[in-house]
Design a protein around this ligand. Structure first.
Ligand code: SF4
Length: 333
């Protein structure tokens, strides 16, 4: 989900980062092991502070021991808070979503389960839908996407590159790419190989580079180098499907479209808000039920909600702003 930025200075093509996923799952395994090995603490548990002091005192370095006992550094707001959908000070677990530890296959299984569940629950009433979006609006009146872009063209390219990739990863790749080629003409001049050199940290980068080069050429040939404000024309470009077209129409041109990605598909089904077997079912269901006044931002609110709170594997139900409205049977109240 995109966020408008100013262009950066040209940078050299990036080098692939290795082992990030392994590191993430390793930490998770370690944390899980530690959790099972540790005996349950008594309810009052005042012994924790002396234990920490003892540990610090035993440390080989007095500097390290002092650091352990010193006041904490200013805290960086976790992703959930930056999404604007919850109050500060909650949902530390949301960091796992950003770290990429959620495996795509397990997420797909969770989404399929949600799709079945959604079709078995009582539909939301109009009042409940209005209430849910009123809360999203109150918490985050102007939701923003997380992809960096400077105009409709760079937004289109960023969204094409975001398939099977995180927004953070795409932003790292496009920083240099957009500085080197901010227009369709410059992208064509850079060529498929040149584009690939900038985006090789992304999955499927060869196919994506080919699509970006070709869609740039077609924008010049068919639309005078401009991004068309037309779904059919957008979907005729390589690498551009309905979801990408909806994102571009919504963000670049203010059309109240609803782009259904994996997160939004899960949320709509799991909550029972707009059940559907396919993303298109969900999109049409949401379009039919969401009041017009919320439609422009509905896509961002639901995607942020699914990405940071209603996650596939461990949704943060206790801090969820629509917990009381949601139909998911496993939610803790
Ligand atoms: S209560 Fe839980 S399952 Fe329901 S929308 Fe909130 S986070 Fe998702």
């Amino acid at each position: 989900m995109p966020r408008k930025t100013t262009a950066a200075a040209p940078a050299a093509p990036p080098v692939p980062a290795a082992g990030a996923t392994k590191a993430g799952s390793g930490s998770k395994a370690t944390a899980s092991k530690a959790k099972t090995a540790k005996p349950a603490a008594p309810a009052s548990a005042p012994a924790k502070v002396p234990a920490a002091k003892a540990s610090a005192t035993k440390s080989a370095s007095p500097k390290a021991a002092a650091a352990k006992l010193s006041p904490a550094k200013p805290r960086k707001a976790p992703a959930t808070e930056r999404s604007g959908l919850i109050a500060p000070g909650k949902a530390v677990r949301a960091r796992a979503a950003l770290s990429g530890t959620e495996k795509p296959r397990r997420r797909a299984v969770a989404n399929a389960a949600a799709a079945v569940h959604g079709r078995t629950v009582k539909p939301w009433s109009d009042t409940e839908i209005f209430e849910a979006f009123s809360r999203f609006e109150r918490l985050n009146p102007e939701p923003k996407g997380e992809l960096d872009y400077t105009d409709a063209f760079t937004l289109l390219v960023a969204v094409v590159l975001s398939a099977q990739a995180t927004d953070v990863g795409v932003n790292k790749a496009t920083r240099g790419l957009f500085a080197a080629a901010p227009t369709p003409q410059a992208m064509v001049a850079l060529g498929e190989e040149g584009i690939a050199a900038y985006i090789r940290t992304l999955g499927l980068y060869r196919g994506k580079a080919k699509n970006v080069a070709e869609l740039s050429r077609l924008l010049i040939a068919r639309h005078g180098g401009e991004v068309p404000v037309d779904r059919e024309a957008l979907e005729a470009l390589p690498g551009v499907g309905r979801k990408t077209a909806n994102v571009v129409l919504n963000i670049a041109f203010g059309v109240p479209t609803i782009a259904v990605d994996t997160h939004l598909f899960r949320v709509a089904n799991r909550t029972g808000l707009a059940p559907g077997k396919t993303p298109l079912d969900v999109e049409l269901g949401l379009e039919a039920r969401i009041p017009d006044r919320f439609k422009l931002h509905a896509h961002h609110w639901l995607i942020l909600h699914g990405r940071y709170i209603c996650k596939a594997l461990r949704p943060d139900c206790p801090i969820c702003p629509i917990n009381d409205l949601c139909r998911w049977p496993d939610k803790p109240l």
